[in-house]
Design a protein around this ligand. Structure first.
Ligand SMILES: Nc1ncnc2c1ncn2[C@@H]1O[C@H](COP(=O)(O)OP(=O)(O)OP(=O)(O)O)[C@@H](O)[C@H]1O
Ligand SMILES: [Mg+2]
Length: 262
């Protein structure tokens, strides 16, 4: 069971949004656009769900935000700065300010848990006792300190997800993205992962979670965005009536009603 949340301090009035998309259009080579003229503001310190059917474009949004893809048109602003046209050095610097958990984990399966978690800092030149201390702290944070020496190959899906989260916390990122972090996990492990994401949020990071899992959304209510027909919509959740934990999850997106786009 997830404890009641502590809401972080709101951003000072007049502060730029943590993330802003302006008139964003994205198509993959020779295909119809996945996103068309999307505009969106995400306030600093907020927690946001990104939902939508498979293929709607959730991962595409993350790729645009992490600069793995460039938009056809439009701006991607972080703290008011357009990062969409950054050069390679600027992109590398920008990515360090983002914790990213990928849909497919992207772990080095034959390497140990601790080597996977240490990797971003090792690449950034952190070594020796400092690296060991930082890695240990992150493993403790996700509850995997006892498994540090084991190869990732032998871990369960949920444990791999925790390794991916520990790795993504390397630079105490002000923004944290998780792409379907509970996709293949049972409810108990899913709630453990969710608890961790909630703690990352409570520590002050802006957190965006792509998910299909309505039980997860209900467990920790937050602003929910739906990608549908190339646009991003604000949504409100329809109350499930008697449905709750332990009952089969209702199918999205029928349960999600799109509200007026602001
Ligand atoms: N590299 C690519 N080249 C061509 N088309 C792509 C590429 N990546 C994604 N697409 C297409 O763009 C659309 C959006 O894909 P995306 O992965 O963003 O969806 P998603 O909402 O994350 O789906 P899922 O819930 O299955 O993860 C899909 O139609 C997909 O086939
Ligand atoms: Mg995806």
């Amino acid at each position: 069971m997830i404890a009641p949340s502590r809401v972080p301090e709101p951003a000072p009035p007049g502060a730029p949004p943590a993330i802003e998309l302006k008139g964003l259009t994205k198509s993959y080579l020779g295909m119809a656009p996945v996103l068309s003229d999307v505009s969106l503001r995400i306030e600093p310190g907020s927690f946001v769900y990104l939902t939508g059917v498979s293929g709607a474009g959730k991962t595409t949004v993350f790729r645009l935000l992490t600069l793995q893809e460039r938009p056809d048109r439009g701006e991607v602003l972080f703290g008011g700065v357009n990062v969409a046209r950054f050069n390679a050095d600027q992109r590398a610097h920008h990515r360090r300010a983002i914790g990213m958990v990928f849909q497919d984990y992207r772990l080095l399966l034959n390497e140990s848990v601790e080597d996977n978690v240490a990797l971003p800092q090792r690449v950034a030149g952190v070594t020796g006792a400092e690296l060991r201390r930082a890695t240990r702290a992150r493993l403790e944070e996700v509850g995997l300190a006892e498994r540090a020496r084991e190869p990732v190959l032998g871990l369960s899906g949920g444990e791999k997800q925790l390794v991916a989260i520990a790795r993504a916390l390397a630079f105490r990122p002000p923004v944290f993205f998780a792409d379907e972090p509970t996709g293949n996990l049972d409810q108990t492990v899913a709630f453990k992962v969710m608890d961790l994401l909630k703690r990352i949020h409570e520590r002050g990071s802006t957190v965006i979670v792509a998910t299909h899992d309505l039980n997860l959304i209900r467990s920790y209510r937050a602003r929910t965005l739906l990608i549908k027909e190339r646009k991003v919509h604000e949504v409100r959740l329809v109350e499930p009536g008697a449905a709750g934990r332990g009952e089969p999850p209702p199918a999205p997106p029928a349960e999600i009603a799109a509200a007026e786009h602001p």
